[in-house]
Design a protein around this ligand. Structure first.
Ligand code: ATP
Ligand code: MG
Length: 764
């Protein structure tokens, strides 16, 4: 046959080569960041294919994200060509779904089953809880879905969960509810995310013939990011690998960052027990980072207990020190990052090789604005750009309607969000009036309210929101735009909508809403701010496809990636390590945060910047922050500190003066980490009078009124006169008894006397 391509073996070090060349039997590659684990896995895959040991469809390859799957497919194709087509390559979920669709009927589903999202899951669970008379106030559905999810992560269907295992959750009925929830899913021909793997396990356990077929088919199994597998994923792998035992897993216990989703590092330890005689390869040479980056990261992770322990070295001696910047506030933080990016650009570093990695989504805003100001293209990976996020668009929509009552799109977006009884019928009626009278929806709403066209409940609801808007418009003339926005988000129920939401992304959305208020502080008034937003959105639209771009993403999304230049901002207690994580999981939570920091640092190839800010403007109120404990855990010999000591000394230096001028509380006494992420929306926040925002509170603005718009519209022609016989879609036949502009009062034959819009009435 054709000569076997083997060039790809060249350049591998000895340990890597061992992992690539010993293709048969169980193999565990346990190694630190940047040692070539993913590269080994890809090369091994290519090697197995080109050795003829297996055809593509006989290989099962598991990656952590779909993106990683695409990249691996690409690389293997580059190595061996079309021979790489038809691999079973994807995430656990994608692969499990593919198998489940082929055998759905064996677990009681049909092959076209639906996969439910979190919303649907919660809705379904609530139905079951209601039927069971479980008080949702005492046992929120979100708590219960979490419990059920953890069982699924462990591969436990209801019948395998011990009766007492959930304690008193849902009055001790948790398992019963779980069972009914599963039954409902089956009836609906649906599966939730956790079911995909669990049904696979049930399938394999109850149908050994099916399992055997896959065991024989998958001659080789390869798994990347093995440290983040949960128990059910682990059991799935073990079942499939049992026959041929050709399984290769690569991972790094120090990079396990999905404990909160049920991942268990212990799976790494079990590997050697489950596959006796497994070969364990350790890779110690890091090819990614320079020695200072690697040294600082290694020092940090040593603070975790219970590590498997690894040695890491690099021959990329020298290189630049890790720069730690202590900055005054978020604005300065963004400015420094922008400056560093421009400087690197001058040195011909590609924008594609630069990344800003944040702990929480709301942090991206300040950087996005700075990059836009500098005209530097960027992309937000794994999420939307700040001003494109759902909650930000909603909040902006409220403000748009206040400024511009004729903004129909904005009004439609939020008129029933949160749900307030302005339903489809009401909106349809509004549209109809708007169309017929050629006026904006806001005006159509007012016209409708003068009539009996709407059902009383709908009319009341519409009346309330229109009255709210009238009041807010009045307010807009008197209070600052920030105060206005706060009030509107509060009074409209929008903030509460997310506070009460069970969605896992709700806390992040609340943080984003707070960040929106911070963003507004930078502008004199609402008009300027809205102008800025439209410019920002416009730039977004212009971003060319395929152009070089800076990447912004969360640390979780950065796993497995690498960049020449990496920025890690927001290293402050409460933000990173994140307060919620420590509150919920204590020491384990803190250690997971530290692994996250390690993952972040080890993404950098050549230069790493870590930043922390002395002050954060949370919601118009300045809060002082203390540097993350992680900063202290880096070893000084690898660091270059650019912290203005005046920031923390509290004496001397312009900074300290600035601080007293603004009336900030000192570092040593003022930090309340609990309030960092959870500051209540209703509370009075504008405590510091000297902050840059105070003048804006004085800003007076001319009220925007509906009337101004309404007068420009020509008066609609009213073809009726008193005494006319007429027909109304809803109320039937009647006689016109009086006319007031385009409003008619009609004595209906059956419905009595009603006030209606002329446009809805026809001559018979
Ligand atoms: P992570 O733990 O972050 O996922 P990893 O162990 O998977 O890292 P890779 O991404 O495979 O590491 O490799 C890190 C970098 O080192 C890549 O740019 C890779 O191409 C390079 N690399 C790996 N092995 C070698 C080698 N033998 N010679 C040269 N470069 C290598
Ligand atoms: Mg990797």
């Amino acid at each position: 046959g054709a000569p076997r391509p083997t060039g790809f073996l060249e350049g591998l070090n000895e340990a890597q080569r061992e992992a690539v060349e010993n293709m048969d039997g169980p193999l565990l590659v346990l190694a630190g960041a940047g040692t070539g684990k993913t590269r080994v896995l890809t090369t091994r895959l290519a090697n197995i294919l080109s050795s003829g040991r297996a055809r593509p469809f006989q290989m099962l390859v598991v990656t952590f994200t779909n993106k990683a799957a695409r990249e691996m497919q690409e690389r293997v194709t580059n190595l061996v060509g079309p021979m790489a087509e038809g691999l079973w390559l994807g995430t656990f979920h994608a692969l499990a779904t593919k198998i489940l669709r082929r055998h759905a009927e064996l677990v009681g589903l049909q092959s076209n089953f639906t996969i439910l999202d979190t919303d649907d899951q919660i809705r379904l669970l609530k139905q079951v809880m209601e039927a069971e008379h479980i008080d949702e106030k005492r046992w929120p559905a979100r708590t219960l879905i979490h419990v059920i999810q953890r069982w699924k992560d462990k591969g436990l269907p209801p019948e395998k969960v011990g009766a007492g295992e959930a304690g008193d959750i849902a009055n001790g009925r948790a398992v019963a509810i779980y069972r009914q929830y599963q039954e409902r899913l089956t009836t609906l021909n649906a599966a939730d995310f956790g079911d995909l793997l669990m049904h696979n396990l049930t399938l394999f356990t109850n149908h050994p013939d099916v399992l055997q077929k896959y065991q024989e088919m998958f001659r080789y199994i390869l798994v990347d990011e093995y440290q983040d597998t949960n128990v059910s994923q682990y059991l799935w792998l073990r079942l499939l690998a049992q026959k041929n035992k050709n399984i290769c897993c690569v991972g790094d216990d120090d990079q396990s960052i999905y404990g909160w989703r049920g991942a268990e590092v212990g799976n790494i330890l079990k590997f050697e027990k489950d596959f006796p005689g497994a070969q364990v390869v350790r890779l110690e040479k890091n090819y990614r980072s320079t020695s200072h980056i690697l040294g600082a990261a290694s020092k940090l992770i040593q603070n975790n207990e219970g590590r498997l322990g690894k040695t890491l070295w690099t021959d990329q001696e020298g290189g630049e020190l890790v720069t730690v910047h202590g900055v005054w506030d978020g604005e300065e933080e963004a400015r420094i990052v922008g400056d560093e990016i421009e400087a690197a650009q001058k040195k011909k570093v590609s924008l594609n090789e630069m990344a800003i990695l944040v702990r929480a989504g709301f942090q991206t805003r300040e950087f996005e604005e700075r990059l836009i100001t500098l005209g530097l293209p960027y992309k937000v990976i794994g999420g939307a750009r700040f001003y494109e996020r759902e909650e930000i668009r909603d909040a902006l929509a409220y403000l748009r309607v206040i400024r511009q009552p004729a903004d129909d799109l904005a009004l439609e977006r939020i008129i029933n969000k949160p749900t307030r009884g302005v339903g489809k019928t009401t909106l349809q009626a509004m549209h109809q009036v708007a169309r017929l009278e050629n006026c904006p929806l806001s005006l159509a709403a007012l016209r409708l309210l003068e009539t009996d066209e709407l059902k009383p409940a709908g009319k009341r609801a519409l009346g309330r929101i229109m009255e709210d808007f009238r009041r807010w418009r009045e307010m807009a003339g008197v209070v600052s735009h920030i105060e206005l926005a706060e009030t509107v988000l509060d009074e409209s129920g929008y903030t509460d909508f997310w506070k009460n939401s069970k969605k896992p992304e709700a806390p992040g959305k609340l943080e984003n809403l707070k960040e929106l208020l911070v963003a507004m502080e930078e502008f004199e008034n609402l008009d300027e701010f809205m102008e800025h937003v439209s410019l920002v959105m416009d730039v977004d639209a212009q971003a060319e496809a395929g152009a070089e771009m800076i990447s912004i993403m969360t640390l979780h999304a950065a796993k497995g990636l690498e960049f020449d230049l990496v920025f890690l901002p927001g290293w402050e207690e409460g933000l990173f390590p994140h307060q919620r994580s420590m509150d919920e999981s204590g020491m384990a939570g803190l250690e997971e945060e530290r692994r996250l920091a390690y993952v972040g640092m080890t993404r950098a190839k050549k230069k790493l910047h870590i930043l922390f800010s002395a002050n954060r403007r949370i919601h118009g109120q300045w809060q002082s922050a203390i540097p993350s404990r992680f900063v202290d855990e880096l070893s000084p010999e690898h660091l270059e500190e650019r912290t203005d000591r005046g920031l923390y000394a509290g004496s001397g230096g312009g900074r300290a003066e600035e601080r007293s001028q603004y009336g900030f509380s000192g570092f040593d006494n003022g930090y309340d980490s609990g309030s960092y992420g959870n500051a209540g929306y209703g509370a009075q926040r504008r405590q510091t009078q000297g902050g840059p925002g105070w003048q804006r509170m004085q800003t007076r603005k001319k009220p925007v009124t509906l009337e101004g718009r309404a007068t420009r519209k020509p008066a609609p022609v009213n073809p009726f006169k008193v005494g006319d016989r007429c027909f109304h879609q809803k109320f039937g036949m009647g006689d016109v008894v009086s006319i007031d502009g385009d409003h008619l009062t009609i004595q209906f034959d059956k419905a009595g006397t009603k006030k209606v819009v002329a446009a809805f009435v026809e001559k018979p």
